[in-house]
Design a protein around this ligand. Sequence first.
Ligand SMILES: Cc1cc2nc3c(=O)[nH]c(=O)nc-3n(C[C@H](O)[C@H](O)[C@H](O)COP(=O)(O)O)c2cc1C
Length: 181
Amino acid sequence: MLELLIKRRSIRKFKSDKIEADKLQTLIQAALLSPSSRNIRPWEFIVVENKETLYKLSKVKKHGSSFIKEAPLAIVILGDPNKSDVWIEDTSIAGIIIQLTAEKLGLGSCWVQIRNREHHLDYSAEKYIQKLLEIPEYFKITAVIAIGYPAEEKEPYDIAKLPYEKVKMETFTRKYSGGLK
Ligand SMILES: Cc1cc2nc3c(=O)[nH]c(=O)nc-3n(C[C@H](O)[C@H](O)[C@H](O)COP(=O)(O)O)c2cc1C
């Protein structure tokens, strides 16, 4: 698991190759296996493979979403606040589970933040996607995960350089000394 976490980096350049049906199925199964508070599963997922829709999704924000148009696949993560008050946590967990599963399948991915982001002045990224994908207004949108075979290489993380100082022992004042230095 640690090896997978060290290797996982956000990938924003993708080959045009389509994601095989069995890999897509694994991604969806992984998403649906995500833990959620009280097992309410307040999430829903929209799988997007249509080129034109991916292009339109890439325009959702001024910054940080343009690469969606190169991706052969995007998974839009929706949350229903009527079902759970912790839909943000639940949908975020599903997002990272999708990303780690993608990594395991040899795919690259990147999270595109939608919640609390704007498309244009006074027009939210969420509204833009609700309209584009015919999503009922009561559904919130946490993120879009862009997925594809990587067309860029990223350095894996260096286990010796992790911010170990962020970890305390027992109380806030006692440092954790178990990291590699
Ligand atoms: C909550 C969240 C929101 C993010 N939003 C975006 C985004 O909108 N666009 C983008 O290109 N990357 C986005 N990212 C990716 C981060 O920039 C990236 O994870 C971070 O720089 C660390 O790099 P790494 O993923 O390669 O470890 C987001 C990541 C998280 C966890």
